[in-house]
Design a protein around this ligand. Structure first.
Ligand code: F6P
Length: 341
């Protein structure tokens, strides 16, 4: 019997289970068996897997997280780990491995493909910063959660005449802050792509309040920086060389209060944005990606990734997806600025 593998790597995100379910069900149509490798690339290094059948994927569609577990293990850090991944492929006679992940997981998939591993990529990240796909699943859910939080912050901000700073996820790209900020009617949106000018932010808030408004909402992405200096929660690097970001909300809140004199509160949304049930959009996108990923295995298009382009699910080279990040284009940010202040 043909066997394929599937793994979920990097930060979890809503919609991962929709992909796993679609992979298993589509593979079954070809009478293939699916092995689910646990905790991302770690499962491939340690040959740690579960056999996935109809029953294992029953009822998982609306569930957040991933039934396989995930980790930020980098299989390409040590040559012996690359060898282990190859050994696992051989030992289980895997026709292919479907790697579901973001820039790091798929970057590793691309390197392993060059090493002869038969891999297909499936893009996920709430940050939506992966190149060569219009959207990744998880993003829509995160935007909806962050938008709801901004709506909720509005009512308390208005009742207390306060400035509310809301820190939103987005390490290198400000997609969630931008879209939730637009949808939630934030008065200022700050993203990693554009350095923060605190005086300008304060000026916008002062002008707004001089018009008679008594409250303001500032949406800031965790990766947004003042004077090109990210604020870091933890200096320790993960396996892919990332520090943990966080703290810009508090820093900015302090400065706004000091410079404007307006009482200011800070809310850090954190992992609330990644947890819980996926939106219908993310369930459908995850399902379409999972089906397409198995079709790519069938067509032996190894080294390719499924991708959403317009309304179509197509495939692109992994190389194209991991070469550079998809950041917020300047014209979109300029458009958002019409609503500032
Ligand atoms: O990459 C997705 C993401 O949620 C980023 O927005 C955030 O910076 C990071 O993961 C947080 O990672 P962790 O869950 O490891 O703290």
């Amino acid at each position: 019997m043909t066997q394929i593998g599937v793994l979920t790597g990097g930060g979890d995100c809503p919609g991962l289970n929709a992909v796993i379910r679609a992979v298993v069900k589509t593979a079954q149509r070809y009478n293939w068996r699916t092995l689910g490798f646990r905790y991302g690339w770690r499962g491939m290094i340690e040959n740690d897997f579960v056999v996935l059948d109809q029953n294992s994927v029953s009822g998982i569609l609306p569930k957040g997280g991933t039934i396989l577990g995930t980790s930020r293990t980098n299989p390409c850090k040590k040559p012996e780990h690359i060898a282990k991944v190859k050994e696992t492929m051989q030992k289980n006679n895997l026709a292919a491995l479907i790697a579901i992940g973001g820039e790091d997981t798929l970057g590793a998939a691309n390197k392993l493909h060059k090493e002869g591993v038969k891999v297909i990529g499936c893009p996920k990240t709430i940050d939506n910063d992966l190149n060569a796909t219009d959207y990744t699943f998880g993003f829509d859910t995160a935007v909806n959660i962050a938008t709801e939080c901004i709506d909720r912050l509005h009512t308390t901000a208005e009742s207390h005449n306060r400035v509310m700073v809301v820190e939103i996820m987005g390490r290198h790209a400000g997609w969630i802050a931008l879209e939730a900020g637009i949808a939630g009617g934030a008065d200022v949106i700050l993203i990693p792509e554009v350095p923060i000018n605190v005086d300008e932010v304060c000026e916008l808030i002062r002008n707004r309040h001089s018009r008679g408004k008594t409250f303001s909402i500032v949406a800031v992405a965790e990766g947004a920086a003042m004077e090109n200096q990210n604020i870091v929660l933890e200096e320790k690097l993960d396996a892919f060389g990332h520090v943990r970001l966080g703290g810009i909300g508090n820093r900015l809140g302090d400065l706004i209060e000091k410079k404007t004199g307006f009482e200011t509160r800070v809310t850090v949304l954190g992992h609330i944005q990644r947890g819980g049930t996926p939106t219908a959009f993310d369930r459908v996108l995850g399902t379409r990606f999972g089906v397409k990923a198995v079709e790519l295995v069938k067509a032996e298009k190894f080294g390719h990734m499924v991708s959403l382009q317009g309304r179509n699910v197509v495939d692109v080279c992994l190389e194209e997806a991991v070469g550079k990040l998809k950041t917020v284009p300047p014209d979109l940010y300029e458009m958002a600025k019409i609503f500032f202040g």
